[in-house]
Design a protein around this ligand. Structure first.
Ligand code: GAR
Length: 202
């Protein structure tokens, strides 16, 4: 069974979608640990409610040593790291130790509205400001860049002229809650092959 770690910074609705999909039997994997870089992240409460082991690595306290600390906790313990709204940037040895074994969900269609500083409502404000007619979410492998690794799944939603950033965020979140479990399922079933920038589902 695939052992995963889920990293969160906020509400943890994506974490919840993984938990729900494990409980429904859609996903054959176990969440070994949840790590947050914010002490008041509601995602931690969601994990505790399911008796999942939790760690809080406060961003202000750990700063640049965050990735090394995560590696200490996860090395040899999990097969996959899932960034579910985790806002610290991972770097260094953690990335090489878990090469091809870290995935992230981003609330836009990469390569649009992504990269440094693009998270939360800001992503949707920029998409609306630009006037795009569709947006969506992207699940991708994590590499040394920000939101730059090979794309596993994208899901598209319409953008309406009356949309606020919050409206768009909620419409996209619904798709995130499908896309992330789907990507984890492919990985757990060994169906993913990475060829350069392309991810093949076989
Ligand atoms: C999600 O929309 C996720 O795509 C986004 O943070 C939100 C977390 O929601 N991630 C980023 O913006 C990363 N750049 P959640 O805590 O309810 O899962």
């Amino acid at each position: 069974m695939l052992k995963i770690a889920v990293l969160v910074s906020g509400g943890g609705s994506n974490l919840q979608s993984i938990i729900d999909n494990i409980e429904s039997g859609y996903l054959n994997c176990s969440i070994e640990v949840v790590i947050s870089d914010k002490k008041d992240a509601y995602g931690i409460d969601r994990a505790k409610a399911k008796n999942i082991k939790t760690y809080i690595l406060d961003r202000k306290q750990y700063g640049k040593s965050m990735s090394a600390e995560i590696l200490k906790i996860l090395d040899g313990k999990v097969d996959l790291i899932v960034l579910a709204g985790f806002l610290s940037i991972l770097q260094g040895e953690l990335l090489s130790a878990f090469k091809g074994k870290i995935i992230n969900i981003h609330p836009a269609l990469i390569p649009s509205f992504c990269g440094g500083g693009m998270y939360g409502l800001k992503v949707h404000e920029k998409a609306i400001e630009y006037g795009v007619k569709v947006s969506g979410c992207t699940v991708h492998f994590v590499d040394e860049g920000t939101d730059s690794g090979p794309i596993i799944i994208q899901k598209v939603v319409d953008v309406f002229s009356t949309d606020t950033a919050k409206d768009l965020q909620l419409r996209i979140l619904e798709q995130e809650h499908k896309a992330l479990p789907e990507a984890i399922k492919y990985i757990s079933e060994g169906k993913i092959r990475i060829e350069g920038r392309k991810v093949l589902v076989i």
